[in-house]
Design a binder for this molecule. Structure first.
Ligand code: GLN
Length: 210
C-alpha cells in the first residue's frame, strides 16, 4: 500500500520535507505519495504528517484560520505519526511562552523560541540521537529549546544538556532541521518502523533500531 504523507504547507520549508519523506520511504521499502496541505480536508486522508519549520506565529495562525489545527489534533489522537521540526515543534508544543503562537498541544513539552542566542543563531553539529547508530548532522536555525518535558515524553537527543529531540507517542519533534540534509534517518525514525510500516499501521512497532 502506498502511504500518503501530508506536508503542512501554509508557510515554511515544504519541498525539502516532501523530498526527505520520499527518501525515507524508499529506505524503508515504501512508496510515499506526498500531498501539500493548505486547506482543511486533506489531513484526514494522510497516514503521516510533517509540520515544517518557518515562522511559528504565522503557521499556527493559518492552521487555526483554515480549520487544519483540529484535523492535526484528530490525526494524533488516532495514533498516526507526525514529524514536527523547529517552528513545527513550537506549534505542536503545549506552550511556547508567546501569545502570538496558538499551540496545538499534541506534544507534551514547553518550548522557548529563538533560545540559542544571537551568535549561535544558526549552526550545524553532529548529534547523538536515541535509535540512530551514528550521529545525525543537525542544522539549527533560530532554533527553539525544549523546556519542560511531560511524563511519557522520551528525550531522543540533547544539546548542551537540554532536550532538542523528543518523542511523545506518535509525535516526534526536533528543534533542528532534518530535512536540510540528505540524511533521512530522522524522518525514518519518526514515521516508519523497522519493517517499513507507518508508525500507526496494524502491527507496527514504534521501536526504532537503525
Ligand atoms: N524562530 C522561528 C520561530 O520561532 C523558528 C525558526 C525555524 O523554524 N527555523 O517560529
Amino acid at each position: 500500500m502506498t502511504l500518503t504523507a501530508g506536508v503542512v504547507a501554509v508557510q515554511g520549508d515544504v519541498s525539502e520535507h516532501a523530498e526527505a519523506v520520499r527518501r525515507a520511504g524508499e529506505v524503508h521499502g515504501r512508496e510515499t505519495e506526498v500531498r501539500e496541505i493548505r486547506t482543511s480536508g486533506t489531513v484526514p486522508d494522510c497516514d503521516l504528517l510533517l509540520l515544517p519549520g518557518g515562522e511559528s506565529t504565522t503557521i499556527s495562525r493559518l492552521l487555526h484560520d483554515e480549520g487544519i489545527a483540529e484535523e492535526i489534533v484528530a490525526h494524533v489522537e488516532a495514533g498516526k505519526p507526525v514529524l514536527a521540526t523547529c517552528a513545527g515543534l513550537i506549534v505542536a508544543a503545549t506552550d511556547a511562552g508567546d501569545d502570538r503562537v496558538r499551540n496545538l498541544g499534541v506534544a507534551d513539552v514547553t518550548v522557548e523560541r529563538n533560545a540559542f542566542g544571537r551568535q549561535k543563531d544558526s549552526f550545524e553539529a553532529p548529534l547523538d540521537v536515541a535509535g540512530l547508530d551514528d550521529p545525525f548532522p543537525a542544522v539549527f536555525i533560530r532554533a527553539p529549546l525544549i523546556g519542560d518535558v511531560g511524563e511519557g515524553v522520551e528525550v531522543l537527543a540533547e544539546w548542551d544538556g537540554r532536550p532538542v529531540a523528543v518523542r511523545d507517542g506518535p509525535v516526534v519533534g526536533t528543534s533542528f532541521h532534518p530535512e536540510l540534509t540528505p540524511d533521512s534517518r530522522i524522518h525514518g525514525l519518526g514515521l516508519f518502523d523497522n519493517d517499513g510500516r507507518a508508525v500507526a499501521e496494524d502491527g507496527a512497532e514504534p521501536t526504532p533500531d537503525r
